[in-house]
Design a protein around this ligand. Structure first.
Ligand code: TA6
Length: 305
């Protein structure tokens, strides 16, 4: 029997670099292996699940309790939040973080780059299902480049006749040695919305450290921040484009216990630092226009981290 995976492998597999296979929960998955790194991408949601450069620990966190079922978001990796971040601005019946992270994305192309990286392009366009959530025609393209660094770029095109506004995030979960020992540099002096303090605004003083549940939207953020992880002796550099917000989240103890797809003891080993446009940072796209949201993730080994 010819399966969709067989068809995908005939059309898009790259020998020794990229192949399609049934992943966890039998979800169609892309396995990437090259001289620089390995990566796993789940077609549902255009969801980067794993990224591991050859010389370091896994970079992304995925919960051991995550679901892998059609229509359910995966707890970890890099969920794509679009066309809204967080709760829907006006309709509480809509799913949190938009609908594209559980939608069936299609494969648009694969290629090997000159520097030995591997590129995967996925796409999602509007349909009856999406229009029921959000009344705008669109075309989304996700370009994932796996090499010594990981680059994820979300290109949102307005294919309709009316301007639309959106928010969103590349909601990256990072694997860390001990969340109480890390620091996030690059957000010093910036205003942030504290979602745990009735959305009150505060100003960040110094690096961001985590010693309790943390859920903050930093506003008007620069295109670079760094997670310093002394336990794993590394720095994870995030370079972004098209992003005006950075979200920092750790569920800590009680929130972790309340999430069915997250083990109670996993919160010390992860932090979300999300490349976003959220809160005040709303994006407007005119008919025929596009917006690009990109993050490049680079790991630097650093014994003195
Ligand atoms: O990005 C932080 C956040 O908005 C938190 O408030 C928390 O809800 C997290 O996203 C995870 O959201 P999810 O819908 O994936 O459970």
């Amino acid at each position: 029997m010819v399966t969709d995976l067989d068809v995908l492998n005939v059309q898009f597999a790259l020998p020794e670099q990229l192949r399609f296979a049934a992943g966890l929960g039998d979800l169609p998955t892309v396995q990437v292996t090259n001289d620089h790194a390995t990566a796993t991408i789940v077609l549902q949601g255009g969801h980067v699940l794993a990224f591991q450069p050859r010389d370091t620990d896994p970079v992304l966190f995925v919960s051991q309790e995550s679901h892998y079922t059609p229509g359910k978001s995966i707890r970890g990796g890099i969920p794509i939040c679009w066309p809204w971040f967080g709760p829907h601005p006006t309709d509480s019946t809509q799913p949190q973080h938009g609908f594209v992270r559980v939608a069936p994305w299609s494969v648009r192309g694969t290629s090997a780059t000159a520097d030995g990286a591997t590129q995967l392009r996925l796409g999602l366009t509007d349909s009856e299902a999406t229009l029921a959530h959000w009344p705008h025609p669109f075309d989304l393209e996700l370009e994932i480049t796996v090499g010594h660094t990981l680059t994820v770029e979300l290109i949102a095109r307005n294919t309709g006749s009316e301007t639309f506004t959106c928010t969103g995030a590349l909601h990256s979960y990072f694997n860390v040695g001990d969340v109480t020992a890390i620091a996030v540099e690059g957000l010093d002096g910036l205003a942030y919305i504290d979602k745990l303090d009735q959305g009150q605004r505060h100003v960040q003083h110094g690096p961001v450290t985590i010693s309790a549940e943390t859920d903050r939207i930093y506003l008007d953020t620069p295109p670079r921040c760094t997670i310093i992880d002394p336990q794993l002796q590394r720095r994870i550099h995030l370079s972004s484009a098209g992003s005006r917000s950075t979200v920092v989240w750790n569920p800590w103890i009680e929130k972790a216990q309340s999430m069915a797809d997250f083990a109670d003891d996993e919160y010390p080993g992860m932090v979300c630092v999300e490349t976003a446009n959220a809160g005040d940072d709303v994006i407007t796209v005119a008919p025929g226009g596009e917006h690009r949201l990109r993050v490049t993730i680079e790991v630097e080994r650093d014994a003195s981290a």
